[in-house]
Design a protein around this ligand. Structure first.
Ligand code: RNT
Ligand code: ZN
Length: 422
């Protein structure tokens, strides 16, 4: 669309929203502040750079697909991420995992990783004006392929994983010190059992004590903050997951930690959007893993669907959206991976834009009066308002491509860069 007609469409959209008392310019100002934490692990199908047999195995996570062009080393991963960030309007973050250190081709085990392995990430982040987050990694490792890490009954193994988590937090503190915002450190472990478990309490007690040991080292809140990610079940832990929602809710609440809500980690009919308003009563902040479960925790590419819409609406409706650290978490090896990021990240930004444009005052007036019909009708009416015109304008003003240029843009990168990776 020529620039002039795009601006005309935007002006018309502004008027339409203004009819409902919605200030589009204000919504755009808010959207500019939304900073998504892009997960690095879609670039390489969660393989990492540990110089071991790095195929993802076990651990409740699985990547399907073998689309060509995945990142095989740090340089390729960084090139891909730079491309991804250039396609996202706004300024955003990057979430690393302990397996993505700059190990210089050496094998460095998980209990040996340290801040020096992340020094080149710090320089990269500075250069690219990206803030970093991080995660400990306990999956895909011979010492946890029996299904247990921090909750292992084997003291030696447990100590190994405690050490990994301590080091991973130390790395997070170093990343946080080098940047303007804290590094959010997330812990997800796959610990659990495939079948009926006779001592559920016992493993949970072990995990509680192990975490307490991990957290004996305290870091200033402006450097790093901890989040804990629960899960209902995983591959190989269908009957029992040690780190359940109740487990971490209690743990985080009593220890001043954050919860990480992954959209794929609950029963399919449970909605993370609904949980936010409860959690914000008790927790100041939270981490989100915005994903798209299809029938189970399949980690499909996030799209602008109802789940994302409701999540974003709830974030805005609670008035606490800026207290949620918004991370992405999906991995799909069946399609162009840069394309996957672009769909996912822009889908969430659209969700936030739609939420900022919601006529909340009017909806709440109807609600207070008990007019359920009018409340629902207005929600429906809003779905077909010209959100796309506002989104296009936002992308253009932020020097990011508009949606209709995305396919061409990604296919050109695929041709020039991904195709050469053979
Ligand atoms: C797994 C969790 C976890 C991982 C990443 C790689 O079910 O969602 O967040 O996806 O840490
Ligand atoms: Zn997750």
């Amino acid at each position: 669309m020529p620039k002039q007609s795009a601006e005309k469409a935007f002006e018309q959209a502004k008027e339409r929203y203004a009819d409902y008392g919605v200030d589009v310019e204000n919504a755009i100002r808010q959207l500019k502040k939304v900073s998504l934490s892009v997960h690095c692990w879609q670039t390489d199908d969660v393989a990492g750079f540990e110089n071991q047999d790095s195929a993802l195995h076990g651990g409740g996570t699985a990547v399907t697909g073998n689309y060509f062009g995945k990142a095989r080393n740090l340089a390729e991963m960084r090139a891909d991420l730079e491309k991804v960030f250039s396609l996202m309007p706004g300024s955003h973050r990057l979430a690393l995992h302990a397996i993505y250190g700059d190990f210089g081709g050496k094998s460095v085990d998980r209990d040996q990783v340290s801040p020096e392995h992340f020094a080149s990430w710090i320089s990269w982040a500075k250069k690219n004006k990206v803030q970093l987050d991080s995660n400990s990694t306990s999956f895909s490792h011979p010492k946890s392929d029996d299904g247990f890490s921090l909750a292992s009954r084997d003291k030696k193994k447990r100590q190994f994983w405690i050490e990994q988590h301590k080091r991973s937090r130390e790395i997070a503190a170093a990343l946080g010190q080098a940047q303007k915002t804290p590094c959010i450190h997330n812990i997800w472990i796959h610990d659990g059992d495939k079948d009926l478990t006779a001592d559920r309490y016992g493993y949970r007690k072990i995990l509680k004590d192990a975490l307490d040991e991990v957290f004996t080292v305290e870091y200033p809140k402006d450097r790093m903050r901890d989040a804990l990610e629960c899960k209902l079940f995983g591959l190989g832990s269908e009957a029992y997951t040690v780190g359940s929602h109740e487990f971490y809710y209690g743990y985080a609440l009593t220890r001043g930690k954050m919860l990480c809500y992954d959209m794929g980690h609950f029963h399919p009919t449970e909605s993370v959007a609904d949980k936010i308003s409860s959690a914000f009563l008790y927790f100041e902040e939270m981490l989100l893993h915005i994903s798209r479960p299809v029938r189970w925790d399949s980690d499909h590419v996030t799209i602008f669907n109802d789940d994302v819409r409701y999540l974003c609406e709830e974030l805005v409706r609670t008035g606490k959206w800026d207290k949620a650290w918004m991370g992405l978490d999906f991995f799909d090896g069946t399609m162009n991976r840069i394309g996957a990021y672009t769909i996912g990240s822009r889908g969430v930004l659209k969700g936030m834009l739609a939420a900022f444009l919601e006529p909340l005052k009017k909806l709440r007036e109807y609600e207070e009066k008990g007019n359920r019909f009018a409340r629902l009708a207005l929600m429906e009416e809003f779905k077909t308002l010209p959100l796309g015109a506002v989104w296009d304008y936002y992308c253009e003003s932020m020097k990011a491509p508009v949606d209709r240029d995305i396919i061409k843009n990604i296919l050109a990168y695929e041709q020039d860069v991904c195709r050469r990776r053979v």
